[in-house]
Ligand binder design. Structure first.
Ligand SMILES: [Zn+2]
Length: 153
């Protein structure tokens, strides 16, 4: 969104600069390693040391066996598109500059289904089942969001 559009929104809708600030994830003690790795542009997953289950989002304990013994593994960075929705309107002011944007569920070969965004392509080209690769969006000095783009052929 250019400043002109933002200024128009402020004038017509009465919103303020703080209305354009996007909410960011807040790391919990059990998810902090995920966000630390993302900041280094590495996709990691929390794997249970007892049963091997991988939870995403990372949780305090294993949702399969309740064990708190876990390790962080490097993910392949690959995924397939399970489902998606293209947002074209009706979003908070902070997300208007991104329209249209794609929210998606992607299946990782390691097991988890991750909610994320698809970037780097025309939403018209998206197809369920297509192959994706992770990209990293440094949205603040502290937070990097893993997102996905179609594998380039
Ligand atoms: Zn487990």
């Amino acid at each position: 969104m250019d400043l002109t559009m933002r200024e128009k929104l402020k004038q017509k809708m009465g919103c303020k600069d703080e209305d354009f600030i996007k909410p960011l994830p807040v790391a919990a003690p059990w998810s902090k390693p995920f966000w630390d790795a993302a900041r280094e542009h590495r996709l990691t997953l929390k794997k249970c040391k007892v049963c091997g289950h991988i939870d995403h989002p990372p949780y305090l304990y294993c949702t399969a066996c309740s064990s708190e013994e876990a390790e962080w593994i490097q993910a392949s960075g690959k995924a397939t598109l399970y489902a998606y929705a293209v947002n074209v309107y009706g979003v908070p002011f902070a997300f208007m500059e991104d329209l249209p944007y794609v929210l998606a569920l992607v299946d990782l070969p390691e097991g988890p289904r991750m909610i994320s965004s698809i970037v780097g392509c025309d939403p018209k080209d998206l197809r369920n089942g297509m192959e994706l690769e992770v990209v990293f969006d440094d949205v603040s000095p502290e937070i990097t969001l893993p997102k996905w783009k179609p594998v380039s052929n």
